[in-house]
Design a protein around this ligand. Structure first.
Ligand code: ASP
Length: 356
């Protein structure tokens, strides 16, 4: 008798599970599809103590990240893929190309309505900008990270992931393109920058502010960047990008790093100048010599906000320089690398900096 009861009980449980998964499936069919591409970072980081800072980024595989936030399955039909498992200080052109090609394929094949990319915060702004220049769809691509590893007290990754899926799945996000979503704020890829080394409120746009706010499982938009390029760069088939170095300006700087870069054969130099992209005389001469040799020289600023404007204290035309407008040096490098895949004409590249 006992046996019969336990068999009946087991059958009942199986029925219940089937009924549950059927309901979930039915419900799922109405939900948007979101693919989560994991690349590592602190959001996948783990440490030995919940109260101490020491940890290693990129330890937790994508399935475990998704399992840690089961609530995301109420927002969307989720699939996860591991693209890389690195701290974003090790982010590189290979991974950018892989990521961008995969996202283009996802949208070309209509595999998802939105994509979330989990990513370290150190270079997230560069990856976001690269994707915004190379993904040929305006469907949402939402980059997200964390400042505290998964093992930390008050870790921020789970909430940030939930918010990122909220953004990727929201009907209002169709047409938004590449953004970052962290700490309840949404930023346009070209404007966002990491501003604090350790704070959870690290992502800001120093010139323009967030375009949207996330709260309680909803995103509200307020602005849209007019600098989203209509014409994206074609990176299909590319194995690498032209080499561009960033060189920092400071009082009494020597031209050594510039000359070494030119000797190494770089195709472009982004100069992170003082104030409005300024340099001292020896650096100015080295940059002008570099430009004469065909290296594209772009003046950016180390100041952290504002624009670098043409012909202020520098005769850009005579010296053969372009300016970065309001892009910070690391983003100017991304645009210059991509521009150099198409041209090294100074005026054409300058136009791109004023448009993109
Ligand atoms: N170094 C880490 C990374 O960028 C920091 C972080 O994710 O917050 O991968």
């Amino acid at each position: 008798m006992k046996k019969i009861i336990s068999v009946l009980f087991a059958v009942l449980i199986v029925f219940q599970i089937q009924a549950q998964s059927k309901t979930t499936k039915n419900k799922d069919a109405n939900l948007p599809r979101v693919i989560i591409l994991a690349t590592g970072g602190t959001i996948a980081g783990s440490g030995e103590s919940s109260s101490k800072a020491a940890y290693t980024p990129g330890q937790i595989p994508v399935d475990n990240l998704l399992n840690a936030v089961p609530q995301i399955h109420e927002l969307a039909r989720i699939k996860g893929e591991q693209i890389a498992q690195i701290g974003s200080q090790d982010m590189n052109v290979d991974t950018w190309l892989k990521l961008s090609n995969r996202i283009n394929a996802i949208f070309d094949n209509n595999e998802a309505d939105g994509v979330v990319v989990t990513h370290g915060t150190d270079t997230q702004e560069e990856t976001a900008y690269f994707l915004s220049l190379t993904v040929k769809s305006d469907k949402p691509v939402v980059l997200v990270g964390a400042m505290r590893p998964t093992t930390a007290m008050s870790q921020d990754g789970n909430r940030n992931l939930f918010d990122a899926v909220t953004v990727a799945a929201a009907p209002d996000s169709q047409g938004i393109g590449v953004v970052t979503a962290m700490n309840e704020e949404v930023y346009a890829a070209r404007d966002v920058t990491k501003t604090v080394t350790t704070s959870t409120a690290t992502f800001k746009s120093r010139n323009f502010g967030p375009i949207g706010l996330i709260y309680d499982g909803k995103v509200s938009y307020y602005y849209k960047s007019l600098r989203s390029p209509a014409q994206k760069f074609n990176i299909k088939g590319l194995k690498k990008l032209p080499q561009v170095e960033i060189i920092y300006g400071y009082a009494d700087a020597s031209p050594g790093a510039i000359n070494a870069s030119v000797e190494e054969g770089v195709k472009g130099i982004v100069y992170a100048g003082m104030g409005n992209g300024n340099f001292n005389a020896p650096v100015g001469k080295a940059l002008a010599d570099a430009a004469k040799k065909g290296v594209v020289v772009c003046r950016a600023a180390r100041a952290g906000a504002g624009r670098v404007t043409l012909f202020n204290e520098v005769d850009d035309k005579a010296l053969g320089f372009v300016v970065a407008d309001d892009l910070n040096p690391q983003k100017a490098r991304v645009l210059l690398m991509l521009a150099l895949t198409q041209t090294n004409d100074q005026q054409t590249i300058q136009d791109l900096f004023f448009k993109y």
